[in-house]
Write a protein that binds this ligand. Structure first.
Ligand SMILES: [Zn+2]
Ligand SMILES: [Zn+2]
Length: 255
């Protein structure tokens, strides 16, 4: 089957907006010929004021998240390799505590998904349409600052920022993002879920820029349910974009 052999972007029901069990996800991946499956559920944030997020697990749930996936990884080890990590925003107010948790739980990897450039309580969501230049500039600045830590192995949906102002500003900021990440040798993820769900990403303007800069590109399912793990149609549409913009596709990561 023409499909991914590795996917590093898989969620679990702990984030409260994903459906299906971890076991079902693993079995679906095996049936699709995936050999390496990475779980990267939304990272918990250590809020100081008792705030409870409706879109991620709590810090207290993280140990069981990892332990459960390690048990399943051992059980299915002859059929598939299971990796455990998180999808994280880079937010300096939480970063240090999150990294302590990451090392204590002996996780395998982090991907960055900059859904917010400050705590989600303050918002706004990066995908909210805006004409405000400062929003796209902050988005790019926060990603570059986070990537400089060396903690993240790729950037999920780099084109989640929904800037609808001047094309010249979009081009300037996204070229800056692509060049910096190329310099650091960090792949960009083309998001298959976004394609299937008809979201504003993958954004062709962005991928044209990434093609010109010459970034490495990896596909990610961003699976929040079983259907996302078997969406061959959207995978093919992404491959068409990869071909159209002459993108440098990589299939696997090495941690
Ligand atoms: Zn999610
Ligand atoms: Zn995700």
């Amino acid at each position: 089957m023409d499909f991914l052999t590795a996917n590093y972007h898989t969620h679990t029901p702990l984030c409260q907006h994903a459906y299906g069990s971890e076991r079902e996800f693993i079995e679906a991946a095996i049936s699709m010929g995936i050999k390496k499956l990475g779980f990267s559920d939304h990272i918990p944030c250590p809020y100081k004021d008792g705030y409870v997020s409706g879109i991620r697990m709590t810090m207290e749930q993280a140990p069981e998240y990892v332990a459960k996936l390690r048990r399943l990884g051992a059980e299915y080890k002859n059929e598939i390799e299971i990796y455990v990590g998180f999808e994280a925003e880079y937010l300096p107010e939480f970063y240090e505590e999150q990294m302590i948790m990451f090392y204590q739980l002996k996780c395998d990897y982090l991907i960055m998904g900059q859904h917010f450039t400050q705590s989600e309580k303050k918002g706004p969501y990066s995908g909210t349409p805006t004409n405000d230049e400062s929003r796209i500039r902050d988005y790019v600045d926060s990603i570059i600052a986070g990537m400089k830590t060396g903690s993240f192995c790729y950037l999920a949906h780099p084109d989640i920022i929904c800037y609808e102002g001047l094309d010249s500003v979009y081009e300037w900021e996204m070229t800056r993002l692509c060049r910096e990440l190329k310099e650091m040798n960090i792949p960009l993820e083309m998001n298959i879920l976004g394609m299937g769900a008809g979201k504003h990403y993958p954004n062709e303007h962005f991928w044209k820029i990434a093609g010109e800069v010459g970034n490495s590109v990896i596909l990610g399912l961003d699976a929040h349910c079983l259907e996302h793990l078997t969406d061959v149609n959207s995978y093919r549409k992404c491959i068409d974009l990869v071909d159209k913009y002459n993108l440098n596709l990589i299939n696997e990561l090495h941690f």
